[in-house]
Design a binder for this molecule. Sequence first.
Ligand code: IPE
Ligand code: IPE
Ligand code: MG
Length: 211
Amino acid sequence: MSQSSSLHVAIVMDGNGRWAGRRGLPRVAGHRAGAEAVRRTVEAAPDSRVTALTLYAFSADNWKRPPGEVAALMRLFARYLRTETPRLAAHGVRLELIGRRDRLPLPLVAAIDAAERATARGARLHLRLAVDYSSRWAIAAGVILPDVDLLIRTGGEQRLSDFLLWECAYAELYFTPTMWPDFGAAQLAAAVAEFRARERRFGGLPEVAAG
Ligand code: IPE
Ligand code: IPE
Ligand code: MG
């Protein structure tokens, strides 16, 4: 099963604030470094034969954070979309935002619309960015994505934090202490390698026993 041609990887990108704190930097510096890690990881995904990548960027519960941090994140998302869209389009990446849009700043909504239009024909990698996302909300709204094959969480925590609860029914879980700004091609390749070494059974028997 793990060698099938489609591979949907989902990542809870956690640890930006701690990464910054350890360096004596403000939390927003960690988020800026996190955006670089997104660039590296997206670029590396096709080399690991990842066909769909869903990244948790901002949860519906993250509105509880200080207004200054929230505003900085919203500006960072809009800037990422504006600067990356041409590259994404050129590399065959189709970008889609998942989550609520009605609570986002209008300039961000405009950047989302433009990025989605410009990358709509991408067929190499389906990149979904989860912003103002809540899995419970998505399930209640009937918005369900393809099953996740591999769920990665950085930053050391071992929980889902309301991300893709339905879609992770049979996902392989991979937790790493690496803080998100330190993530990149090598860390993605290591996670995918471990995924490919695992045996998925989906409630059946190991292949050898099933005959
Ligand atoms: C993940 O990093 C980014 C967002 C949730 C927006 P955090 O900001 O949660 O970083 P830590 O967990 O405080 O280190
Ligand atoms: C989960 O990280 C949300 C994102 C990475 C966007 P949090 O840092 O918000 O999660 P908790 O609070 O540790 O569960
Ligand atoms: Mg966190």
